[in-house]
Design a protein around this ligand. Sequence first.
Ligand SMILES: Nc1ncnc2c1ncn2[C@@H]1O[C@H](COP(=O)(O)OP(=O)(O)O)[C@@H](O)[C@H]1O
Ligand SMILES: [Mg+2]
Length: 320
Amino acid sequence: MENLLEIKDLRTYFYTEDSVIKAVEGLNLSIKKGEVLGLAGESACGKSITAYSVMNLISPPGKIVKGEVLFQGQDLLKLSQKQMQKIRGKEISIVFQEPVASLNPLYTVGFQIDEMLKTHNKDMNKKSRRKRIIELLENVGIDDAKNRMKDYPHNFSGGQAQRVMVAMSLSCNPKLLIADEPTTSLDVTIQAQIMDLFLKLRQQIDFTLILITHNLALCSEVADRVAIMYSGKIVELADREEIFSNSLHPYTKALFSSIPKGDSNKTKLKVIEGTVPDPADKPLGCHFHPRCPFKDKKCTQAYPGYREVSRNHWVSCYKV
Ligand SMILES: Nc1ncnc2c1ncn2[C@@H]1O[C@H](COP(=O)(O)OP(=O)(O)O)[C@@H](O)[C@H]1O
Ligand SMILES: [Mg+2]
């Protein structure tokens, strides 16, 4: 399968008064056309900053200091803001964690989707845009779309607002959709509905999805491949079945053993000891070594290379 997006040695740092926060530090990741790639990792490991970097949306004190983001072969980091504006929303769309905060409270949802359509599809007239808005809202499961398009964001529940955001993000038929913790702020039952929506849409429309989540269980339901991120880097990547049945990195293993099985209230969570390293003061060597039960001297000295240990299974660990 062809790569739609290739991220090469991406480094995004934040320069604060007294430190450099290395949010993303040498990240390599390819996304194949048509796949759902799950990008998973604990909070603060750099998932959102990766997404913003792909969209070239990093502003001071943040800076993309190195790397390439090749979208259909073109390096997005070399484009001007004006060129990038043509790509955002049209070629690549993003859905954020907080649907209600992502919508403008002052305008109806229909108006906001219409603005997207107007910006990127100059040849659509008012009538065809209206038809498209209704179709989009119906497609994401908003009932009575003809009337609901005249409602304001506060008239929608969190789950419905996220449906509206998904409709908006798909309005211009993007090739790539990045969903950054799209269900994290929602109730558990609503979370499942939004995931079902992504699965349904994926069968209907042709798009590639990067699903960012700290929830591995969620990845297991939707993703074709799963990338595990730790402290600004990908530490393991494999097909979904492979990573679930044969995870190799000690961090991935620990993450999986922390997923509650069956009745989550009764199963005790096995927590990974220690904490994520301070991104302004990462340990030498493998960033996971302070928490790793298998570490030896090598692990404390230099970062392990990222290797393909079996077909399509990549891992960064000396012990594998
Ligand atoms: N504007 C900012 N200024 C300084 N540090 C930031 C900023 N935004 C993010 N960071 C830091 O970058 C790291 C990665 O953040 P983020 O990508 O949001 O994590 P995740 O999405 O995985 O939870 C965190 O340590 C965070 O504190
Ligand atoms: Mg985030």
